[in-house]
Ligand binder design. Structure first.
Ligand SMILES: Cc1ncc(COP(=O)(O)O)c(C=O)c1O
Length: 450
C-alpha cells in the first residue's frame, strides 16, 4: 500500500467514526452488519441516514453525491416528491396490504404493457430474484425441459438455479473459455441443481450454439440481460441478441430478457427493444417499484395464462402486488420516468462519460469507459471495453479499490461498492452534480495512479 493510499484510508477513517462504531455494534447481531452482502466493503461500510435527490447523508453527517442509487433501484431520485406523495397517500387512504387483488396493480400492469409490448400479461413479485425464478419455472413448464443457459458472470438474483458462475473466487475455477464449468457461488447449492444450469459467454454466438448442439432438447430457456451489467456495462455486439433469438427459436427454447437493472435505466423502456429482437419473457425490477420492493415477470398471453389460477404453474406471495409498492411504481413510471426525464438523464450521463474520459486521458492511467442510457462503468487497467465477463474480470481491482475510497473521501459514491457495479444518473441529478463529480475524477485518478 503506497503512502498516499494510507493517507486516503486514514481520511476515510477520520471522516466516518460513527459508521465504524455502528459497524462494530451491528456486526454482533447481523453478519457483516449489512442487509445484503453487496453492501459490505473494507474496512467497513458507510452507514446511511437519509437521502434526497442525488444526495445521501451518512450517520456522521457527511454528504455524498450518489451514483450507486441503490444499485439502480433509486434512479427516480431519493425521496422523489412524486413517489413520496403516492406512498403517503396510499398508506393513509388504502393501507399497505389488503390480501386482495386491487385495481392499482392492474393499472401498473397496463402501464408496463403499454411501454413493453411483448409483456401482454404480467405478475408482480417482491424481488428480481423471485421474478427470474418464476420466469424459468414457466419456461420449464411450457417446454417440459429442465436446463437453463446463463452467461458467465451474470447476476440474476441469489437463488440456487441462477447463482452459478456469477462472481467466482477465482477465474480459474470456471474452467477453460471453450469448456466453461458451472460453478455455484454459494455453499449449500445442491449439485443436482448446478447440473441444470449451463454457462456460456456474452457476445459469443458460437459458444451458445455449441451448448444447443449438445443439449438442444434439454434446454428450456436462455436467460440474459440484453446489455450485460453486474460486470460493469457490456454492450451487445451487432446481431448478438438476434442470433440468440434465432437459436432459441430453432431449438424451441424460451428467450428471457432480465431487465431488472437495465429496464427504464439503460433505455427509456426495456433495453432489448433497441436491438430489434422479441422476448418470450421479460423480468423487471428496481425502477418499476420506484424504490420499493417490487419486481415482475411477464410476456405473451399464451405463456402467462399458464400461471395459477388460470393454469398450473404456481406463483404465490403474501406481499405480491401490495398497494404500497404498486402505488410507488405507478408514480415512478407515470410521473417520473417520462420521455423528457429519460432524455435528460441520458444527456447528463453522456456529459459525465465525456468528463470521465477526459480525466482518464489527463491522468494517463489505463482505463476504458462505457455509457448506456443513464448507466456507465469504468474499467481500470483495460484499454478497451470488455466483451464478456472473462475480459471484464481482468480489471485492476486494487486500483478500483483505491478509486472507491478516494471518491468517498471526496464526497462521491461513484458506484455500488464493487468493481463490477455501475454508476447511475438519476432523474434528480443536476448539471452541478456532474461538474463536481468530474472535478473529483480529475483529482482522484491522479492520486490512485500510484
Ligand atoms: C440483472 C439482475 N437480475 C436480478 C437481480 C435480482 O434482483 P433483486 O435484488 O431485487 O432480487 C438483480 C439485482 O441487482 C440484477 O441486477
Amino acid at each position: 500500500m503506497g503512502t498516499e493510499f494510507k493517507e486516503l484510508l486514514a481520511k476515510y477513517l477520520a471522516k466516518t467514526p460513527k459508521s465504524r462504531e455502528a459497524f462494530e455494534e451491528v456486526s454482533r447481531y447481523v453478519p457483516g452488519a449489512v442487509g445484503s452482502a453487496i453492501q459490505f466493503f473494507k474496512p467497513y461500510p458507510i452507514f446511511g441516514l437519509r437521502g434526497y435527490g442525488s444526495r445521501v447523508w451518512d450517520i456522521d453527517g457527511n454528504e455524498y453525491i450518489d451514483y450507486c442509487m441503490s444499485y439502480g433501484a433509486m434512479t427516480a431520485g431519493h425521496r422523489n416528491p412524486s413517489i413520496v406523495e403516492a406512498i403517503v397517500n396510499v398508506v393513509k387512504e388504502h393501507g399497505t396490504l389488503l390480501g386482495m387483488p386491487s385495481p392499482l396493480a392492474g393499472e401498473l400492469a397496463k402501464e408496463i404493457s403499454s411501454r413493453i409490448p411483448d409483456i401482454e400479461m404480467i405478475r408482480f413479485t417482491n424481488s428480481g430474484a423471485e421474478a427470474t425464478m418464476y420466469a424459468i419455472r414457466l419456461a420449464r413448464a411450457l417446454t417440459g425441459r429442465d436446463k437453463v443457459v446463463k452467461m458467465e458472470g451474470a447476476y440474476h438474483g441469489a437463488h440456487d438455479y441462477l447463482l452459478i458462475s456469477d462472481k467466482p473466487a477465482t477465474i480459474k475455477i470456471l474452467g477453460s473459455y471453450d469448456e466453461p464449468r458451472s460453478v455455484p457461488d454459494s455453499l449449500g447449492t445442491p449439485q443436482d441443481v448446478v447440473k441444470l444450469t449451463l454457462t456460456t459467454h456474452f457476445n459469443d454466438v458460437d459458444s451458445v450454439e455449441k451448448l444447443f448442439k449438445q443439449f438442444g432438447n434439454e434446454i428450456a430457456a436462455v436467460i440474459t440481460e440484453p446489455v450485460q451489467t453486474n460486470m460493469g456495462v457490456i454492450l451487445p455486439e451487432e446481431n448478438y441478441l438476434k442470433e440468440l433469438r434465432r437459436l432459441c427459436d430453432y431449438y424451441g427454447a424460451f428467450l428471457i430478457f432480465d431487465e431488472v437493472k437495465t429496464g427504464f435505466n439503460a433505455s427509456s423502456s426495456a433495453a432489448y427493444l433497441e436491438y430489434g429482437v422479441r422476448a418470450d419473457l421479460v423480468v423487471l425490477g428496481k425502477v418499476i417499484g420506484g424504490g420499493t420492493p417490487l419486481a415482475a415477470f411477464g410476456g405473451r398471453r399464451e405463456f402467462m395464462e399458464n400461471i395459477t389460477p388460470v393454469g398450473r404453474v404456481v406463483h404465490y406471495g403474501t406481499y405480491n402486488a401490495n398497494p404500497l409498492c404498486v402505488a410507488a411504481g405507478l408514480a415512478a413510471l407515470k410521473k417520473v420516468f417520462t420521455p423528457e426525464a429519460h432524455e435528460r438523464m441520458k444527456n447528463l450521463n453522456y456529459e459525465l462519460f465525456k468528463g470521465v474520459n477526459n480525466a482518464v486521458e489527463d491522468s494517463k492511467i489505463v482505463a476504458s469507459t462505457v455509457a448506456k442510457g443513464n448507466m456507465g462503468a469504468i474499467y481500470f487497467g483495460l484499454d478497451k471495453p470488455p466483451r464478456n465477463f472473462r475480459e471484464a474480470y481482468r480489471v485492476d481491482k486494487d486500483m478500483w479499490y483505491r478509486y472507491w475510497i478516494a471518491m468517498l473521501v471526496e464526497g462521491i459514491i461513484p458506484y455500488g461498492g464493487a468493481w463490477f457495479e455501475e454508476w447511475f444518473v438519476s432523474a434528480m441529478h443536476t448539471r452541478e452534480d456532474i461538474e463536481k463529480t468530474i472535478e473529483a475524477y480529475y483529482k482522484v485518478l491522479k492520486i490512485i495512479k500510484g
